[in-house]
Design a protein around this ligand. Sequence first.
Ligand SMILES: *Cc1c(COP(=O)(O)O)cnc(C)c1O
Length: 386
Amino acid sequence: MNGLAEQLRRQREAGLYRRRRVVSSPQQTEMVVDGRPMLTFCSNDYLGLASHPEVIAALQQAADVYGVGSGAAHLINGHSAVHHALEEELAEFTKRPRALLYSTGYMANIGVASALLGRHDWLFEDRLNHASLVDAGALSPATVKRFQHNDPESLRRQIESCTSGRKLIATDGVFSMDGDLAPLEEYQAIARKQDAWLMVDDAHGLGVLGDTGGGSLAHFGLGIDQVPILMGTLGKGFGTFGAFVAGSEELIETLIQKSRSYVYTTAIPSAVAEATRVSLRIAQQESWRRQRLAQLIGRFRQAVEVMGLPLMPSNTPIQPLLTGSAEQALQWSRHLEEKGILVTAIRPPTVPEGQARLRITFSANHTERQLDRLLDALQSLSLEHV
Ligand SMILES: *Cc1c(COP(=O)(O)O)cnc(C)c1O
Protein backbone atom coordinates (compact mmCIF):
# COMPACT_ATOMS: atom_id res chain seq x y z
CA MET A 1 0.00 0.00 0.00
CA ASN A 2 1.25 3.40 -1.03
CA GLY A 3 3.58 5.12 1.42
CA LEU A 4 3.23 2.66 4.29
CA ALA A 5 6.58 0.94 3.74
CA GLU A 6 8.37 4.30 3.79
CA GLN A 7 6.53 5.31 6.96
CA LEU A 8 7.46 2.03 8.65
CA ARG A 9 11.09 2.41 7.62
CA ARG A 10 11.27 5.88 9.20
CA GLN A 11 9.70 4.55 12.38
CA ARG A 12 12.30 1.78 12.54
CA GLU A 13 15.14 4.26 12.01
CA ALA A 14 13.89 6.44 14.84
CA GLY A 15 14.01 3.52 17.28
CA LEU A 16 10.23 3.68 17.59
CA TYR A 17 9.29 0.46 15.85
CA ARG A 18 7.12 -1.82 17.97
CA ARG A 19 6.96 -5.55 17.73
CA ARG A 20 5.09 -8.23 19.61
CA ARG A 21 6.66 -11.02 21.59
CA VAL A 22 4.90 -14.36 21.60
CA VAL A 23 4.18 -15.83 25.01
CA SER A 24 3.68 -19.57 25.41
CA SER A 25 3.22 -19.91 29.16
CA PRO A 26 0.82 -18.54 31.79
CA GLN A 27 1.16 -14.92 32.92
CA GLN A 28 3.56 -15.23 35.85
CA THR A 29 6.99 -13.99 36.91
CA GLU A 30 8.85 -16.69 34.93
CA MET A 31 7.48 -17.06 31.45
CA VAL A 32 8.33 -18.48 28.06
CA VAL A 33 8.64 -15.55 25.68
CA ASP A 34 9.56 -16.04 22.02
CA GLY A 35 10.44 -19.60 22.96
CA ARG A 36 12.89 -18.54 25.69
CA PRO A 37 12.49 -18.75 29.47
CA MET A 38 12.45 -15.21 30.85
CA LEU A 39 12.13 -13.60 34.25
CA THR A 40 9.65 -10.79 33.69
CA PHE A 41 9.25 -7.39 35.34
CA CYS A 42 6.76 -5.77 33.00
CA SER A 43 3.30 -7.15 33.68
CA ASN A 44 0.42 -5.29 35.35
CA ASP A 45 -0.54 -8.44 37.26
CA TYR A 46 0.60 -6.70 40.44
CA LEU A 47 -1.06 -9.03 42.92
CA GLY A 48 -0.11 -12.19 41.04
CA LEU A 49 -3.72 -13.27 40.46
CA ALA A 50 -3.74 -13.82 36.68
CA SER A 51 -2.76 -17.47 37.09
CA HIS A 52 -4.08 -18.11 40.60
CA PRO A 53 -5.45 -21.69 40.87
CA GLU A 54 -8.73 -20.60 42.50
CA VAL A 55 -9.30 -17.95 39.84
CA ILE A 56 -8.63 -20.48 37.08
CA ALA A 57 -10.98 -23.02 38.72
CA ALA A 58 -13.75 -20.41 38.95
CA LEU A 59 -13.42 -19.66 35.25
CA GLN A 60 -13.49 -23.35 34.32
CA GLN A 61 -16.52 -24.14 36.47
CA ALA A 62 -18.46 -21.14 35.23
CA ALA A 63 -17.69 -22.10 31.62
CA ASP A 64 -19.37 -25.46 32.31
CA VAL A 65 -22.50 -23.65 33.46
CA TYR A 66 -22.61 -20.58 31.17
CA GLY A 67 -20.58 -21.64 28.15
CA VAL A 68 -18.00 -19.33 26.62
CA GLY A 69 -19.55 -16.48 24.65
CA SER A 70 -22.07 -14.17 26.31
CA GLY A 71 -23.81 -13.97 22.94
CA ALA A 72 -25.10 -10.41 23.09
CA ALA A 73 -24.77 -6.97 24.63
CA HIS A 74 -25.94 -6.36 28.21
CA LEU A 75 -29.11 -4.62 27.01
CA ILE A 76 -30.14 -7.54 24.78
CA ASN A 77 -29.73 -10.92 26.50
CA GLY A 78 -26.02 -10.93 27.39
CA HIS A 79 -26.33 -9.71 31.00
CA SER A 80 -25.98 -12.82 33.17
CA ALA A 81 -26.55 -13.44 36.87
CA VAL A 82 -22.76 -13.61 37.20
CA HIS A 83 -22.27 -10.15 35.65
CA HIS A 84 -24.97 -8.87 37.95
CA ALA A 85 -23.40 -10.40 41.06
CA LEU A 86 -19.98 -9.04 40.12
CA GLU A 87 -21.44 -5.55 39.70
CA GLU A 88 -22.99 -5.76 43.16
CA GLU A 89 -19.70 -6.91 44.65
CA LEU A 90 -17.78 -4.13 42.89
CA ALA A 91 -20.28 -1.59 44.26
CA GLU A 92 -19.74 -2.93 47.76
CA PHE A 93 -15.96 -3.01 47.30
CA THR A 94 -15.89 0.63 46.17
CA LYS A 95 -18.52 1.69 48.76
CA ARG A 96 -20.79 3.08 46.07
CA PRO A 97 -24.47 2.46 45.30
CA ARG A 98 -23.82 0.95 41.87
CA ALA A 99 -21.16 -0.35 39.52
CA LEU A 100 -21.38 -1.07 35.81
CA LEU A 101 -19.24 -3.58 33.92
CA TYR A 102 -17.56 -2.54 30.70
CA SER A 103 -15.67 -4.83 28.35
CA THR A 104 -12.42 -2.87 28.69
CA GLY A 105 -11.06 0.15 30.52
CA TYR A 106 -10.48 1.84 27.20
CA MET A 107 -14.17 1.55 26.41
CA ALA A 108 -15.22 2.62 29.90
CA ASN A 109 -13.29 5.87 29.63
CA ILE A 110 -14.68 6.62 26.20
CA GLY A 111 -18.16 5.68 27.35
CA VAL A 112 -18.21 7.97 30.37
CA ALA A 113 -17.15 11.08 28.46
CA SER A 114 -19.56 10.37 25.62
CA ALA A 115 -22.50 9.85 27.97
CA LEU A 116 -21.91 12.84 30.23
CA LEU A 117 -20.61 15.63 28.02
CA GLY A 118 -22.10 17.55 25.11
CA ARG A 119 -21.02 20.34 22.81
CA HIS A 120 -21.13 23.11 25.38
CA ASP A 121 -19.26 21.20 28.06
CA TRP A 122 -15.64 20.95 29.19
CA LEU A 123 -13.26 18.10 29.86
CA PHE A 124 -10.09 18.81 31.85
CA GLU A 125 -7.32 16.24 31.59
CA ASP A 126 -3.87 15.78 33.04
CA ARG A 127 -1.27 15.91 30.25
CA LEU A 128 -0.02 12.45 31.15
CA ASN A 129 -3.43 10.77 31.33
CA HIS A 130 -3.68 7.31 29.82
CA ALA A 131 -4.28 7.17 26.06
CA SER A 132 -7.83 5.94 26.61
CA LEU A 133 -8.76 9.10 28.53
CA VAL A 134 -7.06 11.19 25.87
CA ASP A 135 -9.07 9.40 23.20
CA ALA A 136 -12.22 9.85 25.26
CA GLY A 137 -11.57 13.57 24.89
CA ALA A 138 -10.90 13.32 21.18
CA LEU A 139 -14.19 11.48 20.61
CA SER A 140 -16.24 13.75 22.85
CA PRO A 141 -17.96 16.86 21.48
CA ALA A 142 -16.86 18.76 24.63
CA THR A 143 -13.93 21.18 24.60
CA VAL A 144 -10.84 19.47 25.98
CA LYS A 145 -8.24 21.28 28.09
CA ARG A 146 -5.08 19.55 29.24
CA PHE A 147 -3.41 20.78 32.41
CA GLN A 148 0.18 20.28 33.55
CA HIS A 149 0.93 16.93 35.12
CA ASN A 150 -0.13 16.69 38.77
CA ASP A 151 -0.50 20.47 38.94
CA PRO A 152 -3.64 21.71 40.75
CA GLU A 153 -2.74 25.34 39.99
CA SER A 154 -2.66 24.64 36.28
CA LEU A 155 -6.06 22.95 36.54
CA ARG A 156 -7.46 25.81 38.60
CA ARG A 157 -6.39 28.42 36.06
CA GLN A 158 -8.02 26.51 33.22
CA ILE A 159 -11.23 25.70 34.99
CA GLU A 160 -11.73 29.23 36.30
CA SER A 161 -11.80 30.60 32.77
CA CYS A 162 -14.77 28.38 31.83
CA THR A 163 -18.11 29.56 33.05
CA SER A 164 -21.15 27.86 31.54
CA GLY A 165 -21.56 24.17 30.75
CA ARG A 166 -20.74 20.94 32.57
CA LYS A 167 -17.17 20.40 33.70
CA LEU A 168 -15.51 17.03 34.06
CA ILE A 169 -12.01 16.69 35.51
CA ALA A 170 -10.43 13.35 34.58
CA THR A 171 -7.16 11.97 35.90
CA ASP A 172 -5.32 8.70 36.35
CA GLY A 173 -5.17 7.81 40.08
CA VAL A 174 -1.75 6.19 39.63
CA PHE A 175 -0.04 7.23 36.41
CA SER A 176 0.54 4.18 34.28
CA MET A 177 4.00 5.05 32.94
CA ASP A 178 5.29 7.05 35.93
CA GLY A 179 3.87 5.30 38.96
CA ASP A 180 3.15 8.56 40.81
CA LEU A 181 -0.20 9.47 42.39
CA ALA A 182 -2.50 12.31 41.36
CA PRO A 183 -3.05 15.01 44.03
CA LEU A 184 -6.68 14.01 44.48
CA GLU A 185 -7.29 16.03 47.64
CA GLU A 186 -6.44 19.26 45.84
CA TYR A 187 -8.47 18.26 42.80
CA GLN A 188 -11.56 17.43 44.82
CA ALA A 189 -11.39 20.86 46.50
CA ILE A 190 -11.18 22.55 43.08
CA ALA A 191 -14.02 20.38 41.74
CA ARG A 192 -16.24 21.30 44.66
CA LYS A 193 -15.52 25.03 44.34
CA GLN A 194 -16.03 25.05 40.57
CA ASP A 195 -19.04 22.73 40.60
CA ALA A 196 -17.21 20.19 38.44
CA TRP A 197 -17.28 16.38 38.46
CA LEU A 198 -14.09 14.56 39.33
CA MET A 199 -13.36 11.24 37.61
CA VAL A 200 -10.47 8.99 38.62
CA ASP A 201 -9.15 6.19 36.41
CA ASP A 202 -7.64 3.89 39.01
CA ALA A 203 -6.42 1.12 36.73
CA HIS A 204 -3.11 0.90 38.61
CA GLY A 205 -4.30 1.78 42.12
CA LEU A 206 -7.19 -0.61 42.76
CA GLY A 207 -6.10 -3.79 44.50
CA VAL A 208 -2.66 -2.32 45.10
CA LEU A 209 -3.14 0.75 47.33
CA GLY A 210 -5.14 0.94 50.56
CA ASP A 211 -5.39 -1.66 53.34
CA THR A 212 -7.86 -3.84 51.46
CA GLY A 213 -6.97 -2.70 47.96
CA GLY A 214 -9.42 0.21 47.75
CA GLY A 215 -6.92 2.08 45.56
CA SER A 216 -5.98 5.75 45.29
CA LEU A 217 -9.25 6.89 46.85
CA ALA A 218 -8.73 4.66 49.88
CA HIS A 219 -5.15 5.91 50.07
CA PHE A 220 -6.38 9.53 50.37
CA GLY A 221 -9.55 8.69 52.31
CA LEU A 222 -11.85 10.03 49.58
CA GLY A 223 -15.35 8.78 48.82
CA ILE A 224 -18.16 9.25 46.37
CA ASP A 225 -18.88 12.80 47.59
CA GLN A 226 -15.42 13.93 46.56
CA VAL A 227 -14.90 11.65 43.56
CA PRO A 228 -18.30 10.85 42.02
CA ILE A 229 -16.90 8.83 39.10
CA LEU A 230 -14.48 5.95 39.67
CA MET A 231 -13.24 3.84 36.78
CA GLY A 232 -11.40 0.60 37.51
CA THR A 233 -9.96 -2.10 35.32
CA LEU A 234 -10.03 -5.83 36.02
CA GLY A 235 -7.12 -6.90 33.82
CA LYS A 236 -4.37 -5.44 36.00
CA GLY A 237 -4.35 -5.83 39.80
CA PHE A 238 -7.32 -8.20 39.69
CA GLY A 239 -5.63 -10.39 37.11
CA THR A 240 -8.61 -11.09 34.83
CA PHE A 241 -10.22 -8.92 32.15
CA GLY A 242 -12.76 -6.13 31.82
CA ALA A 243 -13.47 -2.87 33.61
CA PHE A 244 -16.14 -1.03 35.54
CA VAL A 245 -17.43 2.38 36.51
CA ALA A 246 -18.73 2.89 40.05
CA GLY A 247 -20.87 5.75 41.29
CA SER A 248 -24.36 6.90 42.10
CA GLU A 249 -27.61 5.36 40.92
CA GLU A 250 -28.10 8.29 38.51
CA LEU A 251 -24.60 8.01 37.08
CA ILE A 252 -24.93 4.29 36.36
CA GLU A 253 -28.44 4.61 34.90
CA THR A 254 -27.22 7.44 32.67
CA LEU A 255 -24.38 5.25 31.42
CA ILE A 256 -26.77 2.35 30.73
CA GLN A 257 -28.98 4.67 28.69
CA LYS A 258 -26.35 6.72 26.88
CA SER A 259 -22.87 5.23 26.96
CA ARG A 260 -22.30 3.97 23.43
CA SER A 261 -19.28 1.81 24.27
CA TYR A 262 -21.48 0.08 26.85
CA VAL A 263 -24.60 -0.32 24.76
CA TYR A 264 -23.12 -1.39 21.44
CA THR A 265 -20.77 -4.16 22.41
CA THR A 266 -20.86 -7.78 23.53
CA ALA A 267 -20.75 -8.46 27.27
CA ILE A 268 -17.59 -10.13 28.58
CA PRO A 269 -17.89 -13.91 29.04
CA SER A 270 -19.67 -14.85 32.27
CA ALA A 271 -16.84 -17.21 33.13
CA VAL A 272 -14.44 -14.25 33.14
CA ALA A 273 -16.81 -12.38 35.42
CA GLU A 274 -16.99 -15.39 37.76
CA ALA A 275 -13.19 -15.60 37.85
CA THR A 276 -13.14 -11.89 38.72
CA ARG A 277 -15.52 -12.43 41.64
CA VAL A 278 -12.95 -14.82 43.10
CA SER A 279 -9.94 -12.60 42.36
CA LEU A 280 -11.74 -9.59 43.84
CA ARG A 281 -12.27 -11.53 47.07
CA ILE A 282 -8.64 -12.70 47.20
CA ALA A 283 -7.38 -9.18 46.42
CA GLN A 284 -9.31 -7.77 49.36
CA GLN A 285 -8.56 -10.51 51.87
CA GLU A 286 -4.92 -11.27 51.20
CA SER A 287 -3.19 -8.14 52.38
CA TRP A 288 0.12 -9.98 52.41
CA ARG A 289 0.20 -9.40 48.65
CA ARG A 290 0.32 -5.62 49.17
CA GLN A 291 2.83 -5.96 52.01
CA ARG A 292 5.01 -8.15 49.82
CA LEU A 293 4.92 -5.53 47.07
CA ALA A 294 5.92 -2.82 49.53
CA GLN A 295 8.92 -4.91 50.64
CA LEU A 296 10.06 -5.54 47.08
CA ILE A 297 9.65 -1.88 46.12
CA GLY A 298 11.54 -0.69 49.20
CA ARG A 299 14.48 -3.01 48.60
CA PHE A 300 14.56 -2.26 44.88
CA ARG A 301 14.59 1.51 45.33
CA GLN A 302 17.26 1.45 47.97
CA ALA A 303 19.57 -0.69 45.84
CA VAL A 304 19.01 1.22 42.60
CA GLU A 305 19.56 4.58 44.25
CA VAL A 306 22.98 3.36 45.38
CA MET A 307 23.79 2.38 41.79
CA GLY A 308 23.01 5.91 40.65
CA LEU A 309 20.58 4.85 37.94
CA PRO A 310 17.90 7.43 36.94
CA LEU A 311 15.06 6.10 39.09
CA MET A 312 11.83 8.09 38.95
CA PRO A 313 10.02 9.03 42.19
CA SER A 314 7.33 6.38 42.78
CA ASN A 315 6.11 4.26 45.67
CA THR A 316 3.89 2.02 43.60
CA PRO A 317 4.79 -1.25 41.81
CA ILE A 318 5.52 0.87 38.70
CA GLN A 319 9.23 1.77 38.99
CA PRO A 320 10.49 3.47 35.82
CA LEU A 321 14.13 4.14 34.96
CA LEU A 322 14.27 7.24 32.79
CA THR A 323 16.68 6.79 29.88
CA GLY A 324 15.67 9.84 27.85
CA SER A 325 16.29 8.62 24.33
CA ALA A 326 14.38 5.76 22.78
CA GLU A 327 17.66 4.19 21.63
CA GLN A 328 19.00 4.10 25.17
CA ALA A 329 15.80 2.52 26.45
CA LEU A 330 16.04 -0.16 23.77
CA GLN A 331 19.70 -0.75 24.52
CA TRP A 332 19.06 -1.22 28.23
CA SER A 333 16.11 -3.45 27.54
CA ARG A 334 18.26 -5.61 25.22
CA HIS A 335 21.02 -5.78 27.81
CA LEU A 336 18.55 -7.17 30.35
CA GLU A 337 17.04 -9.48 27.77
CA GLU A 338 20.46 -11.02 27.13
CA LYS A 339 20.52 -11.90 30.81
CA GLY A 340 17.09 -13.53 30.55
CA ILE A 341 15.17 -10.63 32.09
CA LEU A 342 12.26 -9.03 30.31
CA VAL A 343 11.62 -5.33 30.96
CA THR A 344 10.08 -3.45 28.08
CA ALA A 345 11.29 -0.13 26.72
CA ILE A 346 8.53 2.49 26.78
CA ARG A 347 8.98 5.03 24.01
CA PRO A 348 7.08 7.93 22.44
CA PRO A 349 4.21 8.33 21.75
CA THR A 350 3.36 6.33 24.89
CA VAL A 351 5.49 8.84 26.83
CA PRO A 352 6.53 12.38 25.80
CA GLU A 353 9.47 12.93 23.44
CA GLY A 354 12.81 12.62 25.26
CA GLN A 355 11.31 10.70 28.16
CA ALA A 356 11.73 7.10 27.04
CA ARG A 357 12.18 4.69 29.90
CA LEU A 358 12.35 1.17 31.18
CA ARG A 359 9.10 0.48 32.97
CA ILE A 360 9.92 -2.03 35.69
CA THR A 361 6.89 -3.45 37.48
CA PHE A 362 6.60 -5.77 40.45
CA SER A 363 4.24 -8.56 41.32
CA ALA A 364 3.51 -9.95 44.77
CA ASN A 365 4.75 -13.25 43.34
CA HIS A 366 8.30 -12.03 42.73
CA THR A 367 10.76 -13.70 45.08
CA GLU A 368 13.78 -12.13 46.80
CA ARG A 369 15.96 -14.32 44.58
CA GLN A 370 14.28 -12.93 41.46
CA LEU A 371 14.74 -9.38 42.70
CA ASP A 372 18.43 -10.19 43.27
CA ARG A 373 18.73 -11.29 39.65
CA LEU A 374 17.21 -8.01 38.46
CA LEU A 375 19.48 -5.97 40.73
CA ASP A 376 22.57 -7.86 39.53
CA ALA A 377 21.62 -7.15 35.92
CA LEU A 378 20.99 -3.48 36.67
CA GLN A 379 24.32 -3.29 38.44
CA SER A 380 26.15 -4.42 35.32
CA LEU A 381 24.09 -1.92 33.32
CA SER A 382 25.12 0.92 35.62
CA LEU A 383 28.78 -0.04 35.30
CA GLU A 384 28.62 -0.15 31.51
CA HIS A 385 26.54 2.90 30.83
CA VAL A 386 26.80 5.53 33.52
C1 LIG B 1 -4.71 -0.18 31.00
C2 LIG B 1 -5.36 1.12 31.27
C3 LIG B 1 -6.62 1.42 30.75
C4 LIG B 1 -7.30 0.50 29.78
O1 LIG B 1 -7.83 -0.61 30.41
P1 LIG B 1 -8.08 -1.93 29.54
O2 LIG B 1 -9.04 -2.70 30.34
O3 LIG B 1 -6.75 -2.59 29.39
O4 LIG B 1 -8.64 -1.46 28.24
C5 LIG B 1 -7.22 2.59 31.12
N1 LIG B 1 -6.59 3.47 31.93
C6 LIG B 1 -5.37 3.23 32.44
C7 LIG B 1 -4.74 4.25 33.32
C8 LIG B 1 -4.72 2.06 32.10
O5 LIG B 1 -3.48 1.85 32.56
